[in-house]
Design a protein around this ligand. Structure first.
Ligand code: HEM
Length: 279
């Protein structure tokens, strides 16, 4: 009896725990908004400007397999990939804003169609790049395989999200659309995850920066989409759960991830994106 009354008074109510969970999700979204908006700015200022200047070879300053003389289709795939990268990044951020969904449902639907199509083109062009330029693209076979699996997951989530929207099963549509957003964001999380790691250690630890391989990178390649997809499932279950401790522990985890995103975004902006634009 005594234990029950202590635990009952110690834990906040389920309603308060739910509010905390919602608050942590909002904080998480703001950190994603900040980080992905900066990623989109970098893509526009580097890749779009190089394209406008008709200087595609400039891509090679940041991706060795960017422009290859005489490989027409390979170069088209790279251009489509990097130019659509800004569109998918901004499109995904817009899809998650609840007020846009409620007030402008047509915008949500059209942006959703664009997002899903772009996700498929990004994945197919990315896989094509790996298959045709694996000798020029940084990273090991394990890394390339991990990104290919990420691409397959993106395509699967995109198909499922469309299927459920067409069947008007909106709860399932929402779940698959969230999975799609998380899987797509794996690409951005890889960059900020690496830079958060470098910011913490101050030097490359667990990988070789020249060959771009090593245990840390191998783990990161898979972690950036498997872990977030797993955490999303925990978050969705915590939302449905009547337990305050489950909601609160999930809020704590989501908030912590938000702080890691801030650290990684700072590291990626200062260490990767600003130097590339400034070259
Ligand atoms: C869907 C979201 C994606 C976004 C926003 C995205 C974005 C980008 C960007 C901006 C680059 C240029 C490198 C840089 O400046 O950081 C890039 C390169 C690349 N992407 Fe993606 N990408 C996505 C998905 C994928 C997928 C699913 C694959 C594989 C199936 C893939 C494979 C590649 C490859 C192989 C490169 C070249 C890397 C190199 O040469 O170093 N991408 N991507």
């Amino acid at each position: 009896m005594k234990t029950q009354s202590i635990s009952a008074s110690w834990w906040p109510s389920v309603a308060l725990a739910q509010k905390t969970l919602n608050g942590s999700a909002k904080f998480w979204y703001l950190t994603v908004l900040l980080g992905q908006a900066l990623f989109a700015c970098y893509i526009v200022m580097f890749y779009y400007m190089a394209t406008v200047d008709q200087d595609i070879e400039r891509f090679n300053q940041v991706m060795p397999g960017g422009h290859v003389q005489g490989d027409f289709w390979g170069n088209i795939a790279v251009m489509a990939h990097v130019l659509l990268a800004a569109i998918i990044t901004v499109g995904g951020l817009l899809q998650l804003i609840p007020i846009l969904r409620k007030q402008w449902p047509r915008l949500h639907r059209w942006n959703g169609r664009l997002y899903v199509t772009t996700a498929m083109v990004m994945s197919i062009s990315g896989m094509f790049m790996i298959i045709t330029r694996h000798d020029k693209i940084v990273g090991s076979l394990v890394g390339h395989t991990a990104i290919m699996i990420n691409g397959i997951i993106i395509v699967t989530c995109a198909i499922k999200a469309i299927q459920y929207a067409r069947m008007k099963q909106f709860a399932k549509h929402r779940t698959w659309a969230l999975r799609l957003f998380v899987a797509v964001s794996g690409v951005w999380m890889f960059r900020i995850g690496m830079m958060a790691w470098l910011s913490i250690h101050g030097k490359p630890v667990g990988f070789d920066p020249v060959s771009f391989s090593g245990p840390f990178l191998t783990a990161l390649y898979f972690t950036v989409y498997i872990l977030p997809l797993f955490i999303l499932e925990l978050y969705l279950r915590a939302h449905q759960s009547p337990s305050a401790p489950i909601k609160l522990s999930t809020s704590f985890m989501v908030t912590l991830i938000g702080f890691i995103f801030i650290l990684g975004t700072f590291g990626a902006t200062m260490g990767m994106w600003l130097p590339a634009i400034g070259r």
